[in-house]
Design a protein. Structure first.
Ligand code: PGA
Ligand code: ZN
Length: 426
C-alpha cells in the first residue's frame, strides 16, 4: 500500500528547475527525477511551469509540485493499487485534459516512475526485470553516444542536432562504453589539432563551429579510426538525429548552411550521406508535419537503414500505429516524459512490436542523475539507447547503470534487437 507521494524542486543539467518525486510505503521509499526537452514535438504532453518571471525566469515547477502534494497524493492514498497501470490510468483520468496540461505531465511522470520503483521493490525485482514485457527477453542495449552536438543543443551553424556513435561490434556494455569513451577522446584530440573549440553542447558532445553535416561525419569517421575501431557493424557505426523540424523554414524548405533544400532534395542528401558514411540510423530526418517527405524518406531508405520517429510520434501508441499504416518510418524513439506515464510508454513500445518497428530508449537534453531509462531499455529488450556523450554526470549515470546491470546479472545478451523471428544478438 502506497502511503505517500511527495515532490521537491531540484535543478536539471541546464540549470533549470525540475521535480524529484518520492513515493513511499510504510516500509520503503523510492524517488524519481524528471527530465526536460529543448527540441520538443508539438504533440508532447504538457510540462507544467509556473510562469512566474520572478523565479527562474518563469521556469519554476512549484505548481507541478502542488499537483503531486495535492490531487495526486489524494488519489494515491484513496485506495490500494493492484498495479501501476491502474494508477497511471487514474492519474490521466484525474487530469482530464488531452495533454496532461492541468496537473502537468512532469508531475504525473514523476509519480509514475517513482511508483514503478516502489512496485519493483515490493516484488523484490530489479527495476529492469519488473519492466519486462511478455514474450520478450531482456537485453543490454547498444549505447548511442552523442559525441558531436548542433541544432537546438548548441550555438553553432550546424543544422543537424546529434551525431552519435554506436559500438555495434562490441560484445558487452563494458566494451561498448570503453569504445565510446575512446572515440570521444580521439575526437577531442582531432578537434584540438584542427583548431576547433572543444566546448560542449547540452548533451555533452563537442560543439565545434561547423556548418556542413558531412564535415562533422568526416571528423567522426577519423575519430573512430584513430581510436582503433573498425567502421560499421563490426566496430563502431554512426547514427544521426538531424531533428529536422528545427531547421525547416516557414516556406517548407530545409535550411542547411546557405542552402535551402526541398524535402526531395533533403532525402537525396541523406541518400548520399548513407552512401558515403557508415550511418545505420536517422532520427527525425524530416520535420514532424512533413508527411510526404517522411514517406519519400521511408520509401527510399527504409530498407537500408533505421528511420526513427521522435517529434512526430512523441511516444504515443496511437501516432505510431497511424504512421505504420501510412508507411512512415520503421522505428520509434521512446521518451517516457513525452507521453506522461510509464504505462503509456510501454504501450508505445507495444505498438512498435505490433508493427515490426524497432525502438530506441532516450534521455532528454535536460537531464538529471536519474537512471530509470537504463532499466527501461534492458527490461523491454530495446537493443538501443541514447543518453548523450560518454561524459558528464547526468549522461554517464545511464551508461554506468547499464554496466552495473551487466555486472550484477551475467548472461544478459548485448546488442541491437533481433528482427522479428530472429533470436541471435545481431
Ligand atoms: P530534446 O531533444 O530532449 O531536447 O527534446 C532530444 C531529441 O530530439 O531526441
Ligand atoms: Zn530526436
Amino acid at each position: 500500500e502506497i502511503v505517500d507521494v511527495d515532490a521537491r524542486e531540484i535543478l536539471d543539467s541546464r540549470g533549470r528547475p525540475t521535480l524529484r518525486v518520492t513515493a513511499a510505503t510504510a516500509a520503503h521509499r523510492t524517488s524519481a527525477s524528471v527530465p526536460s526537452g529543448a527540441s520538443t514535438g508539438r504533440n508532447e504532453a504538457h510540462e507544467l511551469r509556473d510562469g512566474d518571471p520572478d523565479r527562474y525566469g518563469g521556469a519554476g515547477v512549484r505548481r507541478a509540485i502542488g499537483s503531486v502534494t495535492g490531487e495526486l497524493r489524494d488519489l494515491v492514498r484513496s485506495r490500494a493499487w493492484p498495479g501501476l497501470a491502474e494508477l497511471d490510468e487514474a492519474m490521466v483520468d484525474l487530469d482530464a485534459t488531452a495533454n496532461r496540461a492541468r496537473l502537468g505531465a512532469n508531475a504525473i511522470i514523476g509519480v509514475s516512475m517513482a511508483v514503478s520503483r516502489l512496485f519493483a521493490h515490493h516484488e523484490n525485482l530489479p527495476l529492469w526485470s519488473w519492466l519486462r514485457l511478455p514474450r520478450r527477453s531482456a537485453r543490454l542495449p547498444v549505447p548511442h553516444f552523442n559525441v558531436l552536438n548542433g541544432g537546438a543543443h548548441a550555438q553553432t551553424a550546424l543544422a543537424f542536432q546529434e551525431f552519435m556513435i554506436a559500438p555495434l561490434g562490441a560484445t558487452s556494455t563494458a566494451e561498448a562504453v570503453r569504445a565510446g569513451a575512446d572515440v570521444y577522446r580521439s575526437l577531442r584530440t582531432l578537434l584540438v589539432a584542427a583548431g576547433h573549440g572543444v566546448g560542449l553542447g547540452d548533451e555533452g558532445g563537442f560543439a565545434p563551429q561547423l556548418t556542413q553535416p558531412e564535415d562533422a561525419l568526416k571528423l567522426l569517421v577519423q575519430a573512430i579510426a584513430a581510436a582503433g575501431y573498425p567502421l560499421g557493424d563490426t566496430g563502431v557505426s554512426i547514427a544521426l538525429d538531424p531533428a529536422a523540424s528545427q531547421f525547416r523554414q516557414d516556406d517548407g524548405r530545409y535550411r542547411i548552411g546557405d542552402e535551402r533544400l526541398s524535402s526531395a532534395e533533403l532525402v537525396e542528401r541523406y541518400r548520399e550521406i548513407v552512401h558515403a558514411f557508415p550511418v545505420r540510423s536517422i532520427e527525425d530526418g524530416m520535420a514532424e508535419d512533413d508527411d510526404p517527405g517522411w514517406r519519400e524518406l521511408t520509401d527510399r531508405l527504409g530498407e537500408r537503414i533505421q528511420l526513427v520517429g521522435d517529434d512526430n510520434f512523441v511516444t504515443d501508441a496511437g501516432l505510431i500505429r497511424r504512421a505504420a499504416a501510412r508507411g512512415i518510418a520503421n522505428a520509434a524513439l521512446i521518451k517516457p516524459n513525452q507521453v506522461g506515464t510509464v504505462t503509456e510508454t510501454l504501450g508505445a513500445i507495444q505498438a512498435c512490436r505490433d508493427h515490426g518497428y524497432t525502438w530506441m530508449i532516450s534521455h532528454r537534453s535536460g537531464e538529471t542523475a536519474d537512471d530509470f531509462i537504463a532499466d527501461l531499455a534492458v527490461g523491454t529488450g530495446a537493443g538501443q539507447i541514447k543518453a548523450g556523450a560518454p561524459a558528464r554526470g547526468e549522461r554517464v549515470a545511464k551508461y554506468n547503470r547499464l554496466m552495473d546491470i551487466e555486472t550484477d546479472h551475467p548472461g544478459l545478451p548485448y546488442g541491437v534487437q533481433p528482427l522479428p523471428g530472429e533470436h541471435s544478438a545481431r
